[in-house]
Design a binder for this molecule. Structure first.
Ligand SMILES: Nc1ncnc2c1ncn2[C@@H]1O[C@H](COP(=O)(O)OP(=O)(O)OP(=O)(O)O)[C@@H](O)[C@H]1O
Ligand SMILES: [Mg+2]
Length: 354
């Protein structure tokens, strides 16, 4: 039972009981007055019988007060004290046992919400620690290489002009890679902050599809890669999106297809259709693909299938995590699968506007 119902019933009970006791006293008093008419009422009210009656009334009221105090102590004060103590002790670094309550009332809700809040805090802390570790790791590798090359350049004085030029170019490449890493880290953190303010605008699914397909068809063909596209959207099917963010999703997916193609014959397939109130977009490639056990893990922050492959390709493992964040913020879902074309397939959905 909710606390507000419990308290209302309790106060109603006390009110009625008090009324009953007062009424009982007056009935008794009036009866004794009529039996003994000669006395003035004030004298009468303090007669020993009435005094006993008043005493009994006070004892009953006192008992009621004790019951009330005990009730408030166990039902309100004690659980709030426990919560306060827990708040004082919150230490994100340590492991924790959830605050326990079987109650179904407001205090039970408060405990559950507190547990959820604590879990979110711990999760955010874990993510922060992971993120710092991953950033440190990803930056350390190119930095070590740069330091190595700089040392080499300063020690070896007999290098030819060509060799020196090669080393400078490698240093340049590694520095660029570091800048890219830092860009993707800051882009990812910006994503979360941006969600608070982004505007969703309705757009026809086919229009978005046409713009994306013609844009990437041109881009891929400049590398001699191919894009095949088809959709079954009709002009009335609208989706409410932040176009800038959805374009970033396509950007990430196409850049992955190129990055992990591993051949000069990359062929990307873009498909669009509607099913059960959602617009679906599929991007498949004929690249190296991803082993079964990794498919569901690709959307985790900093997850990369093969560290050595990632090193040579220069990714930080945040692209797909960003895509998931954006798609879920739009009310859709994103999945990875083995494409019939040989490589990786990514399918994401966006709810149709009604
Ligand atoms: N089209 C693809 N083909 C094969 N493997 C892929 C493909 N797309 C992603 N992957 C694998 O999934 C991992 C995660 O991809 P994600 O885009 O999240 O990160 P990234 O490409 O490594 O870095 P970032 O996108 O942050 O620059 C990649 O490291 C890669 O191993
Ligand atoms: Mg990527």
């Amino acid at each position: 039972m909710k606390l507000k119902t419990k308290l209302t019933l309790l106060f109603l009970f006390i009110f009625l009981l008090t009324l009953l006791l007062i009424a009982a006293f007056f009935v008794f008093y009036i009866k004794s007055l009529s039996a003994d008419e000669g006395h003035v009422w004030l004298e009468n009210i303090f007669s020993p019988v009435h005094f006993q009656m008043l005493l009994l009334l006070s004892i009953l009221m006192g008992l009621l007060f004790v019951v009330l105090t005990v009730f408030f102590h166990f039902n309100i004060t004690k659980p709030i004290q426990a919560l306060n103590l827990r708040l004082k002790k919150v230490n994100i670094g340590n492991s924790r046992t959830p605050l326990h309550s079987r109650r179904k009332d407001e205090i039970g809700d408060l405990y559950n919400h507190f547990n959820e809040m604590e879990e979110r805090l711990y999760q955010a802390h874990r993510e922060q620690v992971d993120m710092i570790a991953a950033i440190a790791h990803d930056l350390k590798t190119p930095l070590t290489t740069i330091t190595g090359f700089v040392e080499l350049l300063s020690i070896q004085k007999d290098l030819t002009r060509m060799e020196t030029q090669d080393y400078y170019e490698l240093i340049m490449k590694k520095t660029k890679h570091m800048v890219e890493l830092i860009d993707s880290f800051s882009m990812y953190t910006k994503n979360e902050a941006m969600f608070e303010t982004i505007a969703m605008i309705p757009i026809a699914a086919h229009k978005l599809f046409d713009t994306i397909s013609s844009e990437y068809e041109t881009e891929l063909s400049s590398f001699d890669f191919r894009l095949t596209w088809k959709h079954t959207f009709n002009p009335n099917q609208l989706i409410s999106i932040n176009e800038h963010m959805i374009r970033r999703v396509f950007g990430n997916l196409f850049s992955n297809a190129v990055r992990y193609s591993n051949s000069n014959e990359l062929h990307v397939y873009l498909t669009g259709y509607v099913q059960e109130g959602y617009a679906y977009f599929l991007i498949e490639d004929n690249g190296v693909g991803v082993p079964n056990q990794d498919l569901s893990l690709l959307f985790r922050k900093f997850y990369t299938v093969d560290k050595s492959r990632q090193m040579s390709n220069g990714g930080s493992g945040l692209g797909l995590a960003s895509c998931k964040l954006i798609i879920e913020h739009h009310g859709g879902q994103i999945h990875a699968f083995h494409s019939n074309h040989g490589g990786l397939g990514i399918r994401f959905s966006l709810p149709l506007s009604v």
